[in-house]
Design a protein around this ligand. Sequence first.
Ligand code: T3D
Length: 261
Amino acid sequence: MFETIELSISGAVATITLNRPDRLNAFSKTMHREFQQALETVASHDALRVVTITGAGRAFCAGQDLGERQPDKDSKPDLGETLESGYNKSLRLLHAIKIPVVAAVNGVAAGAGAGIALNCDLVLAKKSARFIQAFSNIGLIPDSGMTWYLPRLIGSARARAIAMLGTPVDAETAEEWGMIYRSVADDDFDMELSALVDNLANRPTIALGLIKKAMHESWSNTLDQQLDLERDYQRIAGLTRDFAEGVTAFSEKRSPRFEGR
Ligand code: T3D
């Protein structure tokens, strides 16, 4: 169905694989379109409880396909327009997904490739992976939300340095800095990923979706606004079957069987 990505759905778990390994999964025009279609499919699939995004081959994603940005002396590209219809549209779709999205960073994540990973809810990376704010190496500024996320995640000093210098950050350092959730030994990556995805898929999905939204909105809210938001979202969580099951399981001293409802 797709040329540049793979979308597989197995039970409650969807996996989107960026699939242009000979270009390190760089985003071509077709890939932008297909990635957006995959995100829309996932968002509208009621039975899903977790989504994973990963890369085929040795890389996660090398950002924009620079083969499509070769200089042309007669016309200059409008990168504002390509961002709006490409990464910005995708990231808005990604944030609107009501279930957890895991970035499984199997190798280098550069430019907007790093951006896509850091926009996901949890980032699990192989120890050998690197995150590169490659933008300034080619005369651009970080996009895909990186000027927003980086100072918040790792502090302004480090954010400015890696954005201006394009210095690669290895996965262990990324974890230490709070840029990603965890880095794991390459040999353990598949096992750790599957345990993480399995755990998420069996947790109370509606609550996880509300946690995702609440955490995201907290960046621009005052404490007072956030207390209001917690009141409203907790009201929704309190009406779910999973809340009833959680309390019943606690009283019966057994593990809860959450259904995501
Ligand atoms: O344009 C807009 O719409 C605005 C939005 C921009 C968003 C952005 O993402 S801008 C940043 C674009 N990305 C980059 O600048 C990263 C470029 N790539 C690299 O710096 C390096 O390839 C890596 C550090 C990612 C990996 O290095 P390495 O040594 O492991 O691999 P390599 O040998 O450089 O790459 C392997 C192949 O993939 C190679 O092709 P070849 O020689 O085997 O035919 C290389 O050209 C290709 N490749 C890697 N990155 C890209 C790419 N081809 C097209 N576009 C790429 N981004």
